[in-house]
Ligand binder design. Sequence first.
Ligand code: PEP
Ligand code: MG
Length: 872
Amino acid sequence: MDKFVYSFNEGSKDMRSLLGGKGANLAEMTKIGLPVPFGFTITTDACKDYQEKNGLDDAIVKEVYEHLEELEQVMGKKFGDVENPLLVSVRSGAPISMPGMMDTILNLGLNDDSVKGLAARTGNERFAYDSYRRFIQMFGDVVMEIPKSKFDEVFDGQKKKVGAEYDVDLNTDDLKAIIAGYKELVKKELGREFPQDPKDQLMEAIQAVFRSWNNDRAILYRKLNNISDSLGTAVNVQSMVFGNTGETSGTGVAFTRSPVNGENRIFGEFLVNAQGEDVVAGIRTPQPIDEMKEAFPEVYAKFEDIAKILENHYKDMQDMEFTVEDNKLYMLQTRNGKRTAEAAVKVAVDMVNEGKIDKETAIMRIAPDQIDQLLHPTFDSETLKKYTAVAKGLPASPGAACGEVVFSADEAAVKNDAGKKVVLVREETSPEDLAGMVAAEGILTARGGMTSHAAVVARGMGKCCVAGCSAITVYEDEKYMEIGGVKYHEGDVISINGTDGSVYAAEIPTKAPELSGDFGTIMKWADEIRTLGVRTNADNPRDAKQAVKFGAEGIGLCRTEHMFFEDERIPKIRRMILADTEEERREALAGLLPYQKQDFKELYKALAGKPVTIRLLDPPLHEFLPKNEEDMKKLSEQFNIPMEKIQAKTIELHEFNPMLGHRGCRLAVTYPEIAEMQTEAIITAALEVKQETGIDIKPEIMVPLVGIANELKNVKKTISETAEKCFEKAGERLDYMVGTMIEIPRAALIADEIAEDAEFFSFGTNDLTQMGFGFSRDDTGKIIKEYINKGVLEEDPFQVLDQHGIGKLVKYAVEGGKKTRPNIKLGICGEHGGNPKTIDFCHRIGLNYVSCSPFRVPIARLAAAQAAIRNK
Ligand code: PEP
Ligand code: MG
């Protein structure tokens, strides 16, 4: 028979997919003897069953009741009892942590009778009624879906009526009045009474959690994090402990090491006399955990012990929730803590050095995309000295952000779509702000601590975040904020520093990061393990040098067309395009040769002997022509060419499908003199650099857009004849290679034939995806977005290689190429070369290297190591 409910003493940490992360870890903590309030977990299978049947099956209800009875026995309390009532929390817990995405209900079991029982047991009537009113409000909001603001109206109304300034000024009678008001509100909104039977409350709550699996926030979070919709969530029902019984109680959230920088000491926050949700939701800004040490020295010592036990047990940094009830410590949750990239790297390296994990585990612990955080700019400390912060909040997620202020998630998205950089400013963030946080450069909140929603989510995304900045007053509806009497309106530019919490009313320049220390160690380990080479796509010495610093082992793609767009060169290439005869063309090209040669010399020097793949001119020629009258006039005057001719040529070169037109090797076949000039530049530059520096260079000349074997044969002949002439002239030879891009589907299909002339293949997966799908690279963004929304596509095939379709072409070409030329060199240079999932694929099909943009090189190194470990 199916089992849908597990007591905490029946499970373990290995049952995550069934019990959810929270449930599995509560069971594990119970198993190893830590103080966990008893309870049970309703499985993810029950959630799936609920979604299927659109209701709770009788068998599940029966099992819940059985476990409830057990819970009553263990706790010696009864549900709904007037004397000693059992109260529970109901929390969601999916197999993969989804912070802030799902809902929590505390104090379930309170009703008009049991509230008296709670008052009697605790000897604290006010506390009992305060718990009851919190429960009705939470239940009304989360389960009954009555807007929270309506409860606030009732609450604030009572405060106003009795002239209370703070919540704590309300006495028991006030709270009773509020409870009556809440109940009336429920009746008015839903036409039924607030449920008094705790069992009804429980069943409604369980279903609400299951429903929340499919709320918009949860769906969006899953989409952003590639979490399957089919996992489902578990529900944890746990007996309540109270952090809000008075000054001997409290609640906190702590990490075994700093999630910000990885420092090995307990890092967390604590609130005396408070319930857990107050901390997580950022409603009150808590004190640093050190203050707990002073207020509760013995409990703190015990907590430190437990933190150590948990970290050693899980062999990873833990994120823990706990409550102190009347000086007794209870653990409510533990999980592997989310952390910044900086912390991830430090914790991984430290744990290897402490002998807790091995190097491979350390490498697998770091998400390659997260590394991006370390590669992005921060404020330069010298530059920063010139500015004075106008406010200071908590350094919730490191990095630098600068942009226009916006006050809503929607506005953030709109401005971001329009290409603007924005900083999202909120009183406090809620899960609904997720899309806005994605769109923003950084997030600034007026309230909430280091473990508030904004902080947790920002760290996960690698976004800079300053939280709990109480010096700012936010007027979200009026779209401005005030700092020290100065108003900042939507559109004003500010800068925030997530590393120290500073806020600046200025646009501050940033600087590139250093890549040494622990990061260097991880990269060194990754290099020892990976078998896939990592090169870069670069067409200027600056990018090439940056990439080499990041560990690039060569250039996998130098797009020579980018070299022609500079001021002195563009007229010359225009002159070439406008030429009527071969002779005129050659004359214009001769003017470009010295520039081109100089480009290559600098590139070779920057790479200092590492391989350089140079691609012959690829784009349709009309891309170089003047786009407006003024430019045409200039050109006409400069070369004494009539305007009419320029206009006529522009019309002549117009193509309906330029991406399928006169470009790539088609240029070299029809105008061989272009390939000749480029070959001469490539070869003579290499000869000269060798003479000047002694560095041996073996240029790799790459022919783009080949789809017919004879195209490559034709262009290769031009290349080799030109090279021979260069060698003769120089009286010296060097080795060079000729290879091709595989970026037209037909080329993949006849790769065996092409390999007869190609010494290497480089997969141009941008064009291969474009032509394989028939999706224009430049125009289909919107369609793809909608396809993803509608589930037609899972991911953007221009970002993550479509292994299922386009991947087959790549694999087929690899096999074809190797059949003809077993030692053919194979690489990829489309954008996909920097994508971790695609890198895993490239490893599996046996490519020699990936080539990606400079800032993705470290990511690719790590992803390549992970691929090697994963596919051992
Ligand atoms: C490609 O098509 O994948 C490629 C690398 O070439 P480009 O992006 O320059 O067309
Ligand atoms: Mg291409």
